[in-house]
Design a protein around this ligand. Structure first.
Ligand code: NAD
Length: 261
């Protein structure tokens, strides 16, 4: 079916995040900071949410320097009350929340399967799985009322392949994908779209490690992802109106390293 009533401006608006209010958790550094820059430069109002107050402020200052409206919110995503407060502050400031990118997760050294402790699982689950679940629950009533919402959660290729030595992390990342699919199914009729990004954009500190070097060898592009220019565009698309018929999916944003969806 063609749509003669749809104009070029309508199509451009579909692909735009201009004026959208989007929370990016974990945007004080790394992938989150890069996505915040990309979305801010594209016209979104970005809520920079993180538990590192000084670095969070740095991201806000950067967004302000290129004219992107923003709000910094100090939040620990292991705490449901703080997550609710983050969403309440967003709605107080801007009257709405169009999108949330649940990128933050607390890390700790991983252990082989035989040695994983309850505390290891707890850290990854509380920040990754519960943090993502609580954030989705917090934005849900606002998005449902608006009849429109975009949620982007974060998985990992490590979880998908069951990378050795990362059992607790892998379990949390696959659980995030599980609850993302359920939310996508339950909330599709509310106009809410939920997808997952599994990125490859290792921080500089990873260079030289066994996993990093193996990735550089096997990745068809033989390069590390750039948070702003490689991960940012997918996050952007997943927060637009153009992303209207894709939900519950995981996007491997990794230079073609894993060619399955
Ligand atoms: N970088 C990669 O190549 C890669 C690969 C696979 C998956 N991922 C996923 O992408 C996401 C971002 O990865 P990254 O490499 O940028 O990580 P990072 O550690 O560089 O950044 C994580 C950010 O989240 C914040 N954060 C951590 N715990 C928090 C908490 N409890 N409350 C609030 N903020 C908290 C940190 O302060 C930091 O700013 C993560 O979910 C990660 O698992 C990354």
């Amino acid at each position: 079916m063609l749509h003669p009533e749809i104009t070029s401006d309508d199509i451009r608006a579909m692909h735009s995040v201009d004026g959208r209010v989007i929370i990016v958790t974990g945007s004080a550094q790394g992938v989150g900071r890069g996505m915040a820059h990309h979305l801010g430069k594209a016209g979104a109002t970005v809520v920079v949410a993180d538990y590192q107050a000084d670095k969070l402020q740095r991201t806000c200052d950067e967004l302000t320097s290129f004219g992107a409206p923003n709000l910094g919110v100090e939040v620990d995503i292991r705490d449901q009350d703080r997550i609710n407060d983050m969403v309440a502050k967003t709605v107080d400031a801007f009257g709405r929340v169009d999108g949330i990118i649940n990128n933050a997760q607390t890390f700790r050294a991983n252990a082989p399967m035989a040695e994983i402790l309850g505390e290891d699982v707890d850290v990854f689950y509380r920040s990754g799985v519960l943090g993502t679940l609580w954030a989705m629950q917090a934005v849900y009533p606002h998005m449902k009322k608006a009849g429109w919402g975009r949620i982007v959660n974060f998985g990992s290729s490590m979880g998908r392949v069951g990378g050795a030595g990362f059992g607790a992390y892998n379990a949390s990342k696959e659980a995030i994908r599980g609850i993302s699919r359920t939310a996508a199914r339950e909330w599709a009729s509310d106009g809410i779209i939920v997808n997952v990004i599994a990125p490859a954009a290792a921080p500089p500190r990873a260079a030289g490690s066994e996993h990093y070097e193996e990735f550089m060898r096997t990745c068809p592009m033989h390069r590390n992802g750039d948070p702003e220019l490689d991960i940012g565009p997918i996050a952007h698309f997943l927060c637009t109106d153009a992303c209207r018929y894709v939900t519950g999916h995981t996007f491997m944003v990794d230079g073609g390293n894993f060619m399955w969806s």
